[in-house]
Design a protein around this ligand. Sequence first.
Ligand SMILES: Nc1nc2c(ncn2[C@@H]2O[C@H](COP(=O)(O)OP(=O)(O)OP(=O)(O)O)[C@@H](O)[C@H]2O)c(=O)[nH]1
Ligand SMILES: [Mg+2]
Length: 403
Amino acid sequence: MRSTVQLQRPGGGGGEADGDGDSEPGVPCFCWWRSLPEYEAGAGLETPKAANTRTATARMRVVRELERLAAAASESIDELRHRLLTYKAGDLWFPAGGITKQDTDIPPVITLLLLGFAGVGKSSLVNLMYSVLGRSGFVPFAHTSSPAGKEGRTLNLEEHNVLRSMKSGFCVFDSPGLDYDHISEGFDEVSHWVEDGVRHRQLCHMSPSSSSSSFPSFPSTSTSTSSSAAAGNRFMRRRVNCAFVVANLSELHSSLASGHLQPLDATRQLFHHPSIRESCNDAPILILTHGDELTEDERIDTRVALCDYLGVAETSGVYDIPCLNEHGVHIDEFEPVTAYAVAEAVYRALVVADRCHPPKPGLKDWLLVALSWAMCALSAFFAFLSCFCSKLAKLNRDYQKKR
Ligand SMILES: Nc1nc2c(ncn2[C@@H]2O[C@H](COP(=O)(O)OP(=O)(O)OP(=O)(O)O)[C@@H](O)[C@H]2O)c(=O)[nH]1
Ligand SMILES: [Mg+2]
């Protein structure tokens, strides 16, 4: 069920964008939640889930956050877009730990990785990013630009320059969805991505087309996928700097309502996966999709319950971004609140990424690397020598026996 509320923001906030994507203060925008004054007057706080004060306060915080996004959408979407368009890796770096920027290991391009279970809307979110940030209209790449599998599933890792600019300082990686029935294999793959880096068209072990996988394979796509993966070996491997966990709010609502907590538990495990924390030095950014399939109360209550379950604040690093609108149509850049939420989520990811670059390896580190390589070479040489000598001894014994 979908509910849409038309809201005239006091003071002209929450304007709707015009054809060029520029916002017009004073124009009413369509918001799915009741306005803050209505909530402050007590309306909507007495839903069954909001029976206790803590939940009611959390709901208020969510509504305030939505109001903030609506106000910012009318005032600063273009400024934020401009900042993203002109962003260069390391622009949001700030000094910490007594290390200068020159001594910080900043990659040429910041890499943001989308993670989540199958069908949660990762590819739709990338589409939305193209639409909001690339400003070249809607390009439904998910089913066309790469060898997608059955029902449009993503099969390989895919690098997207969502700004469509050669000067772009960041890229977004779309990943194949994890499977609830093969959670541990999926998490192994996630560890591999965040620890060893990701590459465009990298074939994934849990991908349905992968020959080494125990998953059912789709014969029509496997040949083209393996050839494109072979070509993909030439693409650059990138270190993951920040991760997004995309979750289907509607599915999690059903999970909470039915008491079948597998999707909720799996999402929590993914969100708190130790390899993500270790490699990115921060928690992932949480993106909630499919909210359009819920009523206003369900949508806010599920967000509050999920954040409580994950142990994170419901208004910090969490974005409700439906990829379809209330009419079931793909959202484009003209939906200001969602567009702003997309841009802010990306900007936050870049802030997180730039805060976490490691120091450049110093002379001592290089010496250690050289020493460990030398030790490896030495041990390989002695292994070869012992193998060679034992073979010689065996030949000698055989020769003695024959005599
Ligand atoms: N109602 C609604 N549908 C959505 C939303 N996001 C995605 N969808 C739909 O959900 C389906 C799956 O979306 P995808 O973007 O392909 O999901 P995915 O996470 O990339 O899936 P995998 O590649 O299999 O992991 C598509 O039919 C989308 O149109 C949303 O926010 N609301
Ligand atoms: Mg996909």
